[in-house]
Design a binder for this molecule. Structure first.
Ligand SMILES: Cc1cc2nc3c(=O)[nH]c(=O)nc-3n(C[C@H](O)[C@H](O)[C@H](O)COP(=O)(O)OP(=O)(O)OC[C@H]3O[C@@H](n4cnc5c(N)ncnc54)[C@H](O)[C@@H]3O)c2cc1C
Length: 442
């Protein structure tokens, strides 16, 4: 059998993956593939970016621009980019699929970086190597922007069947993948009953967005006169951020549909009997959007960069230098986006938002460019801005802004500004915000 026939004969070849030189016919080794994906083709450093979402695509663009002598490689498991921002609005057709879902090859060619579609399976920092389903890549500098993972194990322990059943039947669509379509199709098919929505305990991805989702699902239920209710099980004592704006929307727009239950920390979930026990009571449901706690993406765990709390347990998030965004244990590794861990004892984490992921990716690119050029790196902090739609017709939004500064002792301080009055003007600003970001890195 010649090499071509061999490749066509294996399942891995059918998937388009590379075959190990040592692979046998009976067991093509995909995960353990050790061949190098790309040769080094520049004299400059190689910068590998894991995760091509908001943070990763922005870093790939800016590093290619600011360090032109570097070889920049972006690794992403999904075939296309999918935006979290605007995905709640997409659920009720305010924007279409093409607005959220984008080709990734065109930006890689436009900005001059290499794009590898593969799953990151291991990070060996001692060898400065990333292993993927397509092969291995050595790096000089590594940027991790893998977003979040759903920590179903917090609910189900080792019961992976219950976890998978929950993901299949009650998807939360908080990670860019096919769950988004599942949730939208469910909403369109919903004929009535009680929907329960669990909010993860903080910190979690985009804190105001589950309330936005509840509002827009409620808008769909109201507009289509469906006999349905949404119960929000919130582990926090109050709604926030933009608490006043959301409270007004729940009471004035959806009084018969949305019930917000505070202090509802999940104690037990039975996805088979559709029953959930919380610290604020027990609830039966007909359908649900079940969000377990969020944690840093698997790649951060894999790289051994998750922090340890004062209780000796993993914090769930990357342990980073809050001013430089390097990993505490390894300054050749930067972490951007939602995986970033503790920043300040005034507010904890930066909001896990696309705005922050994009801003920090730009800052990290600048920092790394200065470092490679042998210059001193001056800490720069991000800001944050989130627009949330609460009414589908007329379209009205509320918003929250965060500003950051360093105090004299080097601690990061946060100022929060809520815009609680819902208005169509903020919808306009929201579209301007997202279009300016998409035009920046797509
Ligand atoms: C419903 C919803 C509404 C939101 N609304 C807003 C908003 O209005 N404004 C705002 O600022 N933010 C919003 N967000 C939050 C925003 O989407 C995230 O904060 C942002 O995407 C974080 O960027 P990131 O790069 O850290 O992660 P992501 O954008 O999720 O990118 C991570 C990428 O890494 C890839 N990846 C992960 N693991 C691997 C692996 N092992 N191998 C290869 N690839 C991997 C993933 O496929 C993904 O593409 C919203 C999110 C949701 C879900």
């Amino acid at each position: 059998m010649n090499r071509r026939n061999f490749m066509l004969a294996t399942p891995a070849a059918a998937l388009g993956t590379l075959i190990l030189p040592t692979a046998s016919l009976s067991a093509p080794a995909i995960i353990t593939n050790t061949s190098q994906i790309l040769p080094r083709h520049t004299k400059g450093p190689r910068i590998v970016i894991c995760g091509g979402g908001w943070g990763g695509m922005t870093a790939a663009k800016y590093l290619s621009k600011l360090v032109p002598q570097a070889q920049v490689v972006l690794i992403e498991r999904n075939p296309t980019f999918w935006s979290g921002p605007m995905s709640n609005k997409w659920l009720i057709d305010i924007v279409n699929t093409d607005f959220l879902n984008h080709d990734m090859l065109a930006p890689s060619i436009k900005y001059g970086y290499s794009l590898v579609h593969a799953e990151v399976t291991a990070i060996e920092r001692d060898k400065k190597t990333v292993r993927t389903t397509q092969g291995a890549l050595e790096y000089d500098y590594l940027i991790l922007s893998g977003g979040i993972r759903n920590a179903y194990d917090a609910w189900f322990g080792n019961d992976t069947y219950a976890a998978e059943y929950t993901r299949q039947h009650f998807p939360n669509a908080y990670i860019p993948n096919a769950e988004m379509f599942a949730l939208k199709n469910k909403l369109k098919a919903f004929k009535g009953g009680t929907i329960v929505m669990t909010l993860p305990p903080p910190p979690h991805r985009c804190p105001p967005s589950p309330y936005e989702r509840a509002c827009l699902m409620a808008w769909h239920i109201k507009t289509n006169k469906i006999p349905g209710k949404i119960i929000i099980l919130d582990p926090k004592p109050t709604i926030g951020p933009i608490g006043e704006g959301y409270r007004a929307a729940f009471q004035e727009l959806y009084p018969d549909i949305i019930t917000h239950v505070p202090n509802a920390r999940v104690r037990e979930v039975d996805p088979f009997k559709k029953h959930i026990k919380t610290t604020a009571g027990d609830f039966d449901f007909d359908d649900a959007v079940l969000m377990p706690p969020h944690q840093a993406a698997d790649m951060v765990w894999n790289a051994g960069l998750v922090g340890t709390g004062t209780d000796g347990k993993p914090t769930g998030w990357a342990n980073i230098d809050p001013r430089l965004f390097t990993a505490k244990d390894d300054d050749n590794v930067y972490v951007v986006g939602d995986s970033m861990g503790f920043i300040s004892d005034q507010f904890g984490h930066y909001p896990k938002s696309a705005h922050v992921a994009h801003a920090v990716a730009k800052i990290v690119s600048q920092n790394l460019a200065e470092r490679i050029a042998g210059k001193e790196v001056v800490p720069v902090l991000p800001d944050n801005l989130c627009y949330m739609m609460v009414n589908g017709d007329p379209q009205e939004e509320i918003s929250v802004k965060f500003e950051y500064e360093l105090d004299a002792s080097g601690k990061v301080l946060q100022t929060q500004i809520d815009m609680d009055v819902r208005t169509p003007d903020l919808v306009k600003e929201d579209f301007q915000w997202i279009e300016s970001r998409f035009n920046d890195f797509l």
